[in-house]
Design a protein around this ligand. Structure first.
Ligand code: ATR
Length: 278
């Protein structure tokens, strides 16, 4: 039951009906007994700034930002964190009491916290990363910050991977023309898929998983299905795998804390709740 003193926050996108964020934040609000409300805000791209100005004026604490507003949110924010600036996208807007708006990208810390919760050492060896979109940018940024010795980028359109590498300007990022051969795969510590290949069972990442060393960890950020073709192949080879649900949960936690003043837990009960929704 919310009162007149409830804190309010939400998620904005166009459309927004598919967003899992209200279920996620709603679970945490109930668990912590917080007097708070987390609502979906469908906002047409033409009215983004107008809508954000209105929400801010109405005392809303902040919003999570999803497709197609992540770049507009970067422009709207008065200040942005380093991750958001380098990734070129804001996924969380925080409306401060003084009228200012802070933009953050919590995908990068969410990506890393999830790996750490699964006891993955990002510095164990080179990371082979598929993709060059927004999710790839967040993952590469997080890996570099965590001390990954090299990040090997493979993307369908190689030019996009080159642009990512140029923007991050770190000599540890190598752009590959194609998936490395079996000999090079033996060096890999971590494989990450950030592309939509494998989503809803469509397609499979082009990778000879059996050439990876027994110590390699395979992570797919796709969570529909939870067990993608890539993860199934890795499991069949006895490799450790990390599915995509954890990153979704971990990227939401810092936003919840900023909106409602409490750090929520990411645990099996939350995971089970989201699995039911999915
Ligand atoms: P996000 O912001 O979620 O990362 P995105 O920017 O649309 O989404 O990026 C999607 C990624 O999936 C890209 O790396 C894309 O490859 P391109 O940059 O070459 O387009 C990749 N992708 C999507 N469909 C693909 C397919 N059928 N085969 C290979 N890669 C695909």
């Amino acid at each position: 039951m919310i009162t007149g003193a409830a804190r309010t926050a939400g998620v904005t996108g166009w459309p927004v009906a598919h967003s899992l964020s209200p279920r996620l934040h709603g679970f945490w609000l109930a668990r912590h007994g917080i007097d708070g409300l987390y609502a979906p805000f469908p906002v047409h791209p033409d009215r983004f700034a107008e809508a954000m100005t209105g929400l801010r004026a109405a005392g809303v604490r902040g919003v999570n930002v999803t497709v197609p507003h992540k770049q507009a949110a970067l422009t709207f924010a008065d200040t942005v964190d380093e991750a958001a600036g380098l990734i070129g996208a804001v996924n969380t807007l925080i409306f401060h009491a003084d009228g200012s708006t802070e933009g953050r990208n919590t995908d990068a810390p969410g990506f890393m916290r999830n790996l750490i919760q699964h006891d993955v050492d990002p510095a164990a060896g080179p990371a082979l990363l598929f993709g060059a979109g927004g999710a790839a940018r967040a993952a590469v940024f997080a890996l570099l910050a965590a001390g990954t010795p090299e990040v090997w980028l493979v993307n369908r359109h190689v030019a996009r991977a080159r642009q990512l590498a140029a923007d991050l300007a770190d000599p540890r990022v190598r752009v590959l023309e194609a998936t490395p051969d079996a000999a090079r795969l033996t060096e890999v510590g971590l494989v990450v898929n950030t592309t939509s290949v494998g989503m809803k069972g469509r397609g499979r990442i082009d990778l000879n998983v059996s050439a990876l060393p027994a110590t390699a960890v395979v992570h797919d950020i796709v969570y529909t299905p939870l067990r993608t073709g890539l993860l199934a192949d890795a499991q069949a080879c006895g490799l450790k795998t990390v599915d995509g649900l954890g990153m979704l949960l971990h990227q939401a936690a810092p936003a919840f804390e900023a909106f409602f003043g409490q750090a929520p837990g990411v645990d099996d009960a939350l995971r089970d709740h989201l699995l039911e929704v999915l």
